[in-house]
Design a binder for this molecule. Sequence first.
Ligand code: ADE
Ligand code: ZN
Length: 335
Amino acid sequence: MEAFIQEIPKAELHLHIEGTFEPKLMFNIAKRNGIKIPFASVEEIEAAYQFDCLQDFLDIYYQGAAVLIHEQDFYDLTFSYLTKCAEQNVRHTEIMFDPQTHTERGIPFSVVINGIHRACVDAEEKLGVSSLLIMSYLRHLSEEDAFKTLEQSLPFKKYITAVGLDSSEKGNPPSKFENVFKASVKEGYIPLAHAGEEGDADYVWEALNILNIKRIDHGNNSLQDEKLITEIVKKNIALTVCPLSNKALQVVPDLKEHPLKKMMELGMKVTVNSDDPAYFGGQVNQNYIEIQEALNLSKQDIYELAKNSFEYALISDDLKEKYVSELESYYLKNQ
Ligand code: ADE
Ligand code: ZN
């Protein structure tokens, strides 16, 4: 089963580039930028990655991201992640980045996006991994701040496919960002949002009805509301589920209690993703491996999850067809 998971072609649809920052790379970049970090070793960093909830994690995650200063830093971070994609047979990835985490510290938007974009172009050419970018607004900041970010993004519109909504969910409902999402859609960005990770089903309703999102990041708490489940299935909206993240942030007590299989049985379209792999104990394949084991998923389940990852990607029908046919021939041979 592990070999089957390792080799199966797949896409990753929920990934924060700042959450891929491995301690070793963080040390290297901190050193070359002359920045002190409050840890003496890689082991000390890893020991600090014990979280009680989302906010606990976010505090450490924003601190780590503060080491990124130059375009080359963003390039190295992104290329390192894309190298891992190639090693795991991730054929396509949709990368979230949080511009405000950097612009708030005085790093120009152009530095962030140019570094990330250049790595994506190089990875497509050298590693054969395709990618696109999702610009995520930080929901703990104001809508006005998000509008500033939208404005800054416009010269780079051709590099950005979608907008997302992340950071501290509780107390920051999707409705807070109604106007900036409307304006983002007018600019041609596809609307997505984290919803129902810690917030309850109402937040998912708002994300669907007010922000008009095309995919739900996490969505676990949708299961609180039967009408909502029916709505998600009817609208054919996929959920980007992140098992190891849910375990690390105590969204679920244990992977054996994870609702992924139940979601599939209810007819919801689910994908498996790593969210912030450097912080939560594994890349996307490790997420597949651990959730397969915990829920006793079959090869057919894994195939369905991988298929969803291409079907619900924000790519052209031609590219979807190419990846799905690659997946299908793999499955026929390895079933
Ligand atoms: N930013 C990075 N990871 C996140 C998560 N799991 N939820 C909300 N915001 C995030
Ligand atoms: Zn996330």
